[in-house]
Design a protein. Structure first.
Length: 116
């Protein structure tokens, strides 16, 4: 799948997940390295964490899949420099949040696998 087709696919998924008004499109932003990042990624991640916490957390569930897919993008844009994967995992003493912990674990794993 080309990057343009993938961006369009992600955009339509995010619009549906976020319940965006019909006819509204979420633009992609081009980073300095030339890669495209879909706007709405963080908002969709937050919605998918909620869905994950409400039971869409099994292998093959859309919320789980979308969380897995968004982690590389969130790493590229620096979200895990603001809040480290360990902060996501440990939840900073707040109420248990399995979706947040899952994202932190994915980020930690992805970073370990793709670090030089």
């Amino acid at each position: 799948m080309s990057e343009n087709n993938e961006t369009n696919d992600v955009q339509s998924i995010y619009c549906r997940i976020l319940n965006v008004a019909e006819g509204i499109e979420l633009p992609a932003v081009q980073l300095k390295d030339g890669s495209a990042v879909q706007t709405g990624t963080v908002a969709a991640m937050l919605k998918n964490i909620e869905r994950f916490n409400n039971g869409e957390n099994k292998e093959g569930d859309e919320a789980r899949h979308e969380l897995e897919r968004c982690v590389p993008v969130l790493l590229r844009v620096g979200l895990f420099q603001l809040f480290t994967p360990d902060e996501w995992i440990n939840n900073n003493g707040q109420q248990d949040n399995p979706g947040r912990r899952f994202v932190g674990q994915l980020a930690k794993q992805y970073h370990a696998e793709h670090s030089s």
